[in-house]
Design a protein around this ligand. Structure first.
Ligand code: PXG
Length: 291
């Protein structure tokens, strides 16, 4: 496997970063997870834009241009001969000393691009649907560490994931500090009621997911009314359908929440319609490359 490290594509065994890198010491950095489908990188521009927005928010200047990062992504995919795969871009503050002060990193930002085959949920799960559970750990407060920032500090989500696994579920439903539904550990959430879509507004402790935005635009095209609105757990329990959206998981039907069946506990018609459209889109839209 080849890995992009600071402008060079090197062997995996040579892709090494200092233990003094503040990405390692403090989670001081940002990242993106992207997917390629049959030689097309899906929503690459949107992911790069979000990477730069996350970096801007934590006062991290990315030393290369958006165009250069895009070229780096394509170069790494080609080096690994991957037509389909998962792409992880990581930009960290770089090597500094043992203090928090980011100025000590002296603009030595580390840029890594890893591309690999995607291993995610089994096909079965998309047919049967998933069970999720509300966990005690709430989503980070926007005033503390805004969930819009895809930072290297994912402990908030990891703690929630551990709690879900301890409860026998694969995914956690995270609430915000007011007790409203926020999102899952690596996915946004949608509910269907009276044939209309509902998803929490992005300002309420949720990441502005690119898959979420794609689903909203698919809904518009299919003339399915969609609302960005606060959702309570009760509203989720009584919804007709529920599904999660994320780059890695795509669109996952949810059939049980906190032990309550959703609809008839089978993936819903609207979920399936949107998933079908989404799969069509991922195979026709994107930045093209050839191996
Ligand atoms: N919410 C959170 C907290 C996320 O981390 C999403 C929603 C979905 O966003 P996109 O833009 O992908 O539709 C994410 C996605 C992974 C992985 O490898 C994915 C994410 C973060 C960490 C790991 O599955 N981000």
């Amino acid at each position: 496997m080849k890995v992009y490290l600071n402008g060079k594509v090197v062997d995996k065994k040579d892709a090494k970063v200092s233990v003094f890198d503040h990405g390692y010491l403090y989670g001081d950095g940002v990242f993106e997870g992207i997917r390629a489908y049959n030689g097309l990188v899906f929503k690459l521009k949107e992911h790069i834009d979000r990477l730069f927005e996350s970096a801007h928010s934590i006062v991290l200047s990315i030393p290369i241009s958006k165009k250069e990062i895009i070229a780096g992504v394509i170069k790494t995919l080609k080096a690994n001969k991957l037509k389909d795969g998962y792409i992880r871009i990581v930009v960290s503050r770089g090597e500094g000393d043992l203090g928090l002060d980011p100025r000590k990193c002296k603009g030595n930002q580390t840029i890594v691009i890893i591309t690999d085959k995607i291993v995610f949920y089994p096909r079965e799960l998309y047919k049967k649907g998933m069970e999720i559970v509300t966990v005690p750990t709430i989503r980070n407060l926007p005033e503390a560490l805004n969930p819009q920032i895809k930072s290297l500090n994912y402990l908030n989500n990891i703690l929630a994931k551990i709690e879900a696994i301890n409860s026998g579920c694969q995914e956690a439903l995270m609430l915000d500090h007011l007790g409203y539904v926020a999102e899952c550990t690596g996915d946004n959430i949608f509910a269907v009621k009276n044939g209309e879509l509902y998803t929490p507004p992005q300002c309420m402790g949720t990441l502005r997911g690119i898959t979420r935005d794609t689903v909203l635009s698919i809904a518009k095209r299919l003339k399915i009314p969609a609302h960005e609105h606060v959702i309570t757990r009760h509203e989720l329990y009584i919804s007709e359908e529920c599904f999660l959206t994320g780059t890695a998981a795509e669109i996952v039907p949810v059939v049980k929440v906190d032990g309550r069946k959703i609809g008839d506990a089978r993936p819903g018609k609207i979920t399936e319609r949107i998933l079908k459209e989404f799969r069509k889109l991922t195979h026709k839209d994107g930045v093209e490359y050839s191996l």
